[in-house]
Design a protein around this ligand. Structure first.
Ligand SMILES: [Zn+2]
Length: 400
């Protein structure tokens, strides 16, 4: 059954960091992302700003398309590159507790189901969440984009604003930061995490991200908005591929900002990192093809094969994309409570709980897709009273 293909209206954007339009082209990427009810065509023109070296998508999809895309993915703002079962809560709390007094009012932008808001409450803060998608799970998370909160009563309302892995998705980062700044008190703090293009270019260049930050550019963008950036190497990100930015609102927005780093070096590095990421993408694709072939071979030898991917993440999506033309029944399993029942890219069936009752009948071929948990998962499978035909590793990298 084929799904309708949704296409966006793409409009050109200037550099989000410095506002310039002169760019060096890096390359083109195109994805057809299969969500719950539709396929979404993502067409990226990756460019590097000639003036400041920031890497971004030169064209941005319209807001309605993005809203439909995230709604249909039902993955909220969590990205497909998420591999770990969860993020590191203490890593998020450490810098907040360093700068923000207990009892302070904190807004989380992109709060998803409100999980981290609960952690903030437990740590002694008054937390509120905001998310563009409906979140029935928690009434403390209000539905809405940040723009909708920009009324006069809310100006300067918050002591701190936190946002994790949202900024890289937004259509206009300049506007977005301006809006957060309006909601913050003078002297208030902003805590941001985004994927690190310098350290993990491949994790930044996904089908969902339009902006590819490294600390230099986060600093520059925030300075433009009158923030003082506090960059402490000790703050570790809550996801392995990200970096933390702490900034204090100390002044007003300035129109023009001059990079305080050697732009030519940053541009050269951006080009090299881009090529590296493209090579890694190609290697991953070839590897996924190989694993898909192993699955087909394994299934060919049994009468009632059922293919079960364990770990709803990019590994599973990449492999299953090569099995679409097969008649094999494909299932996706995950131990994470927040993922069960939701859609996962490339799968037609929702994510199921990996227990004996929930699993379909038949001879199961398991594909282990969680690099950090495959050993535990294998044990969990071996302890089940089910018919297991084969267990394959879906996370082998090119060095193995
Ligand atoms: Zn720029």
């Amino acid at each position: 059954m084929s799904k309708p293909l949704k296409k966006a209206h793409w409009s050109p954007s200037c550099c989000d960091v410095c506002g310039e339009t002169k760019v060096r082209a890096l390359g083109h990427r195109e994805y057809t992302v299969s969500n719950r009810t539709a396929d979404f065509l993502m067409q990226f023109e990756d460019v590097c700003c000639q003036n400041c070296g920031f890497v971004y998508e030169q064209k941005r999809p319209d807001e309605d398309f993005l809203y439909d895309f995230y709604r249909d993915a039902h993955n909220r703002y969590s990205s497909a590159v998420e591999i770990h079962v969860d993020y590191d809560i203490q890593a998020r709390l450490t810098p907040i507790e360093r700068f923000v007094e207990k009892g302070a009012r904190i807004l989380e932008v992109g709060a998803s189901t409100g999980h981290f808001c609960k952690s903030l409450e437990e740590a002694g803060y008054h937390a509120e969440g905001l998310d563009p998608l409906d979140q029935e799970d928690d009434p403390s998370v209000k539905k809405g984009f940040i723009t909708e909160r920009q009324n006069a009563q809310e100006h300067g309302l918050y002591d701190a604003i936190v946002s994790y892995y949202v900024l890289e998705h937004v259509r206009n980062a300049d506007e977005w930061i301006e809006q957060l700044s309006c909601l913050l008190k003078e002297g208030g703090y902003l805590f941001l995490e985004v994927p690190d293009y310098k350290a993990y270019p491949h994790n930044s260049l996904t089908f969902e991200h339009m902006l590819h930050f490294r600390p230099h550019h986060a600093d520059l963008l925030l300075k433009k908005h009158g923030f003082t950036v506090i960059r402490d190497q000790d703050y570790k990100a809550s996801r392995y591929f990200g970096f933390v930015t702490v900034a204090q609102k100390t002044g007003a927005r300035v129109e023009h900002i001059v990079p305080d780093f050697k732009v030519e070096d940053i541009i050269e590095e951006a080009v090299t990192l881009y090529q590296k990421a493209k090579e890694a993408e190609q290697e991953n694709k070839e590897l996924a093809q190989k694993i898909a072939q192993k699955i087909k071979n394994s299934a060919a030898g049994i009468s009632n094969p059922v293919v079960c991917f364990w770990g709803a993440n990019e590994y599973a999506s990449r492999i299953v994309a090569h099995l679409k033309t097969e008649t094999l029944p494909l299932y996706i399993l995950d131990n994470s409570e927040t993922k069960i029942g939701t859609h996962h890219e490339e799968f037609d069936r929702p994510i199921i709980r990996p227990d004996e009752e929930a699993l379909p009948q038949g001879d199961k071929i398991f594909i282990l897709c969680s690099p950090n948990w495959n050993k535990d998962i294998k044990e969990q499978i071996q302890n089940m009273k089910i018919s297991v035909s084969d267990i394959l590793d879906g996370t082998l990298d090119k060095n193995e």
